[in-house]
Design a protein around this ligand. Structure first.
Ligand code: NAD
Ligand code: ZN
Length: 369
């Protein structure tokens, strides 16, 4: 079993990682004074793994109620939030109750926000079931729902009291979802931990095959990086922005292609490549950063180019209208070398434009995207 401590003073919490952990949740949960729990999950996760959590909760004598909702990003809505809060109220949940988020990032963000606002805030536990949720969305306390016109527009910072990561639950994910989720893990190594990055570069197959010891260790190291960044900048006032490496171009690609075409991690992979190429082009990078990433992502059969049918002008427009940009300048996180990235404000758009065009010219024989 691996353990990571997220150091946030009074709001600190552990992340516990290992195969078969859900079977032991009965022993872990009472330590955190979970007595009455409102579990939010989706139909898919419930069907695949719900019985394990139900058994664990009954073993721990936790009085539990399950809210099982359809899967999908559309559930991150104010409407669903209202329905869940009304259910909690009707079922007698109060400020001493605990919310359990059992699913991917959608469930984590929605249930986390429910916990942030129900009776002005109750405890919650994250039990992530996707690779992305394990290394990213379940850690750091960012919770939110969407408005039709803006993703994650209504939200709060609210830290969980515990994160339980059972790597066995990841076995039911598709290979494509595993590959996409692995990108955030590789990103964590790339921005702060060259050893982790190098290990994943040579041994990524062991992760994609979910070899238990290797996977638990890789998750632990990735979570440590996210935890370290969150501890240093809980409310994203500066430093936490380094986690956005690959996301400026990645988000633009995701939204320009139309949500659902790319998995988030796939778009981030293309974004990391574009941003690494830009760092080399403007002389910011002190060592080759694009080639090693390109070799790794190609071997992993992730997309490595921008399709011809996507207009680079549209991508640029999306990046420049992003809410995070001030004064019309674009700030983008670029690598100096593997293990070191920094935000850079671009004075002109031309280098980025050239990079996007070059990424479009890249022949990609490995993926249909
Ligand atoms: N809060 C944060 O810091 C943060 C960070 C990154 C992403 N996010 C959010 O996370 C969301 C994306 O999360 P996601 O990629 O986990 O997607 P998701 O939650 O939509 O899950 C993807 C699909 O996988 C299914 N699934 C979940 N676990 C499974 C399992 N073990 N086996 C088989 N199928 C399983 C789900 O039913 C769903 O259909 C987005 O809403 C994004 O905004 C939040
Ligand atoms: Zn991401």
């Amino acid at each position: 079993m691996e353990r990571v401590h997220v150091d946030l003073g009074a709001r600190s919490y552990p992340i516990i990682i290992g195969p078969g952990l859900l079977d032991k949740a009965g022993e872990i949960l009472p330590e955190f004074r979970v007595r009455k729990a409102f579990v939010v999950t989706d139909t898919r996760v419930d069907k695949l793994h719900g019985s394990k959590l139900r058994n664990a909760l009954s073993h721990a004598s936790v009085e539990a109620s399950f809210a099982v909702i359809p899967p999908g990003e559309r559930q991150k809505s104010l409407k669903r939030l209202g329905i869940l809060a009304a259910q909690m109220l009707a079922q007698g949940f109060d400020r001493s109750s605990t919310v359990i988020a059992f699913g991917g990032g959608v469930i984590g963000d929605l249930a986390g926000f429910l916990a942030a606002v129900f009776m002005r805030g109750v405890n919650y536990v994250q039990v992530p079931t996707t690779l992305l949720a394990c290394v990213d969305s379940s850690i750091g306390g960012k919770t939110a729902v969407n408005l039709p016109q803006s993703k994650n527009c209504i939200g709060a910072f609210h830290q969980p009291i515990l994160v339980i990561e059972d790597v066995e639950l990841l076995r039911t994910l598709s290979k494509r979802d595993l590959r996409a989720g692995a990108v955030e893990l590789i990103k964590h190594g790339f921005i702060l931990d060259p050893d982790l990055y190098n290990q994943l570069s040579s041994d990524f197959k062991r992760l994609l095959e979910l070899e238990p010891g290797f996977t638990s260790q890789a998750l632990r190291r990735s979570c440590e990086i996210k935890a370290r960044v969150v501890s240093a900048d809980e409310r994203e006032s500066g430093y936490r922005a380094i986690l956005n490496f690959g996301h400026t171009v990645g988000h633009a690609l995701e939204s320009t292609a139309g949500y659902g075409v790319y998995r988030h991690g796939e778009a981030v992979a293309v974004g990391m490549l574009a941003e690494a190429m830009l760092a080399e082009r403007i002389g910011f990078a002190q060592e080759p950063v694009w080639q090693p990433l390109n070799t790794l992502f190609s071997k992993m059969r992730l997309p490595t180019h921008i399709p011809q049918k996507i207009s680079t002008q549209k991508l640029l427009n999306t990046m420049y209208t992003d809410k995070k940009n001030r004064d019309g300048n674009l700030t983008i996180v670029l690598p100096r070398k593997i293990g070191c990235v920094e935000p850079v404000t671009l004075r002109s758009v031309s280098d980025l434009n050239q990079v996007l065009l070059q990424m479009q010219r890249q022949e990609d024989k490995t993926t249909a995207l």
